[in-house]
Ligand binder design. Structure first.
Ligand code: CTP
Ligand code: MG
Length: 155
């Protein structure tokens, strides 16, 4: 499968990951609560509105692709991977918004593909290729969001 078709297949995941940057904010998903280590579970960068808007946007893209179910699974996966990244960052004592190279760029797409794997019909090599191309895509779109004033940091 060519690269553009591959990207098209996982497009809901990209929307689920990007839309919270625009529509997120407000109450944090962890409700401000701390984990057993005394640090925040996810931190203020992961909000309820962000999660819901990401889920709806990604699912809607899936709906437009005539594949609401895959769009939904890809979105839940992308948002879960992003949450896991924040969870790990907080456990390592990293502040909200601090960069975690590779993890920030790839965990969401890896989890999106995992959650949707039985239905995605792509090969492992293609999944690896998608993960690799997601790194520059993520860095590029985040830098753009920063230039547009939607993010405080360019990563
Ligand atoms: N965002 C949100 N809800 C989510 C995911 C993201 O509201 N579930 C919004 C937040 O405003 C967040 C921004 O999108 O600050 C950028 O997302 P991300 O880079 O993933 O979060 P960080 O602020 O960098 O936090 P962390 O260090 O936990 O990754
Ligand atoms: Mg970040």
């Amino acid at each position: 499968m060519d690269l553009l078709n591959l990207i098209y297949k996982v497009l809901p995941a990209y929307f689920a990951n990007a839309v919270p940057v625009i529509l997120g904010g407000g109450k944090p998903l962890d409700l401000g609560k701390c984990f057993v280590d005394g640090r925040r579970i996810f931190g203020d960068g992961k909000t309820i509105r962000g999660f819901i808007s990401g889920l709806m946007a990604g699912s809607f893209v899936g709906f437009l692709q005539s594949n609401l179910f895959q769009g939904f699974l890809l979105s839940v996966g992308a948002l879960s991977g992003d949450l896991l990244g924040s969870f790990i960052k907080r456990r390592l004592g990293m502040k909200r918004g601090s960069p975690a190279p590779l993890m920030d760029q790839t965990l969401f797409i890896i989890f999106a593909m995992l959650f949707c794997w039985p239905y995605l019909e792509i090969k492992l090599e293609e999944a690896i290729l998608l993960t690799l191309v997601t790194i520059p895509i993520h860095l590029g779109t985040n830098a753009l969001a920063y230039l547009l004033g939607m993010k405080d940091v360019p990563w």
